[in-house]
Ligand binder design. Structure first.
Ligand code: HEM
Length: 152
């Protein structure tokens, strides 16, 4: 019999939500370490500064809610990341690789053994969906059979 994946017991390192050290305080520290790096980055820093300006605390709290929802599944985040990023016209597709570099380095430095991989995997998946939402356009067939990029 094939069991649904929710019934299959995974090793603890693949369930960081159940790791004793991974709680809201831990996630808050990880978020703060990550954005400390991002703010120092000469490409990403100004993009955040233009939106967040000097009022970082609400953004950091929101991002802590977001990561608590992703990892601890506590439902504390109720925003919509796609529209928030669609309005950032200065962001380029390659900026996401830079963002992920900082995230990987922070997670590897901060997380207990085995836990970083899950944070990084979730970040990579969400980054992929944001990139698709921001930069991918379906090609629509035209009556002549040629293809053009449109579908706005
Ligand atoms: C180049 C990459 C990225 C840049 C430059 C960027 C920039 C930003 C900025 C400036 C905001 C604030 C928007 C506002 O308050 O109006 C924001 C919000 C947010 N970002 Fe990103 N971001 C990036 C990638 C990501 C990734 C990969 C994730 C998730 C893994 C993420 C998750 C979020 C979330 C959850 C919010 C809050 C949205 C809301 O509910 O208002 N971002 N981002």
């Amino acid at each position: 019999m094939i069991l649904p994946s929710t019934f299959i017991s995974r090793p603890p390192e693949e369930r960081p939500g159940t790791h004793p050290d991974v709680d809201r305080d831990f996630i808050g520290r990880l978020v703060r370490d990550f954005y400390r790096r991002v703010r120092r980055d000469e490409r990403l820093g100004p993009i955040f500064a233009a939106v967040v300006q000097d009022d970082w605390e609400p953004h950091l709290e929101k991002m802590t809610d977001f990561w608590c929802s992703v990892i601890l599944k506590d439902g504390s985040y109720s925003g919509r990341p796609v529209p928030a990023h669609l309005k950032l016209k200065q962001v380029r597709e390659e900026d996401f690789e830079l963002w992920l570099c900082h995230f990987r380095a922070t997670a590897e430095e901060t997380c207990p053994p085995g836990v970083a991989a899950t944070f990084i995997d979730r970040a990579e998946r969400i980054a992929r969906s944001l990139v698709l939402a921001m930069f991918f356009r379906l090609e629509c067939p035209t009556p002549e059979g040629s293809r053009e990029i449109a579908c706005a």
